[in-house]
Design a protein around this ligand. Structure first.
Ligand SMILES: [Fe+2]
Length: 287
């Protein structure tokens, strides 16, 4: 039989099939993934029907995103974060039982070498900003304390900048600390109230979204990583409930249970109380 008999004529109706049919082992995982991705791209093209010039602009944008990435800046990760893809991957992989503290993405400002500090000490090394006291408890799903829990925190300053964004202006490890919960699973430390901040808008991804009037803002928050032997590590945030832009977090991290009142009373200043609920490590889960 002539090879022409098996030929799938390439047209709008058959384009995805024409691509997928060329894999020697169509059930191979890579072949299936590529066929699915290409099929979705073809669907998009059929829906939006770009001109050649418009398609060229898409290619130019993707090229620019690649060129804007290097070892210090990862524009593709920013792209993934800002379109909710990172949060969706996190959501799919870190679903926890009801009552457990949800996981959110870590973001780009975490440092692995955060120094350990004594309970009650201050992580504000320059003392600039409105004082804030953070107190909390780490417990399991039954409400029992986890005395061995390690609490790593990091946050922006009162201007909305992290220490590693301003190495010349902020002391090394400013607003970062590693604490160990006491025997009741409790911890407390002093800091300053963080401000919300804008995500980098100077690259191709930020420019494109800003041009379309898309908000590039993160409401005020504290970052946490919680670790304890035998429990799944939690990477999460606590958000300031007074921030008017809670509903438009650029990284899609806000969950109702992570929003807490930053309460101010005349005598003791501003305070936030948090509770983290960890779950026992499950087989096959790295965190
Ligand atoms: Fe942050």
């Amino acid at each position: 039989m002539s090879p022409a008999a098996d030929l799938i004529t390439f047209n709008e109706a058959t384009s995805a099939e024409a691509f997928a049919s060329r894999f020697g082992t169509p059930d191979d995982a890579t072949a299936r993934l590529l066929s699915a991705v290409v099929g979705h791209v073809h669907e998009l093209i059929k829906e939006f029907r770009p001109t050649q010039e418009q398609w060229r602009k898409v290619i130019d944008f993707l090229t620019e995103v690649g060129h804007a990435s290097d070892e210090r800046r990862q524009e593709w990760v920013l792209f993934s974060d800002l379109v909710g893809a990172s949060a969706l991957v996190e959501e799919i992989n870190s679903r926890r039982p009801s009552g457990a503290t949800p996981n959110t993405i870590r973001g780009p400002f975490f440092r692995t070498d955060t120094p350990e500090r004594a309970l009650g000490s201050s992580i504000s090394l320059d003392g600039i900003g409105e004082p804030l006291e953070v107190e909390g408890r780490v417990e399991d799903l039954d409400g029992l304390p986890i005395p061995t829990a390690e609490i790593i925190t990091w946050q922006a300053n009162a201007e909305g900048y992290y220490e590693n964004q301003q190495p010349d202006l902020q002391p090394e490890f400013n607003l970062r600390g590693l604490f160990r919960a006491d025997q009741d699973g409790r911890f407390h430390y002093r800091t300053v109230r963080p401000a919300g901040y804008g995500v980098p808008g100077d690259g191709p991804v930020g420019r494109l979204l800003a041009q379309a009037g898309y908000p590039l803002h993160r409401p005020a928050h504290l970052h946490f990583v919680l670790r304890a032997p035998g429990f799944e590590t939690i990477t999460t945030h606590i958000y300031d409930d007074s921030d008017p832009r809670l509903g438009e977090d650029a990284l899609f991290g806000v969950r109702p249970e992570l929003v807490r009142p930053f309460e101010t009373d005349g005598r003791s200043g501003t305070k936030v109380s948090v509770k983290f609920v960890m779950i026992r490590a499950r087989p096959g889960k790295s965190k």
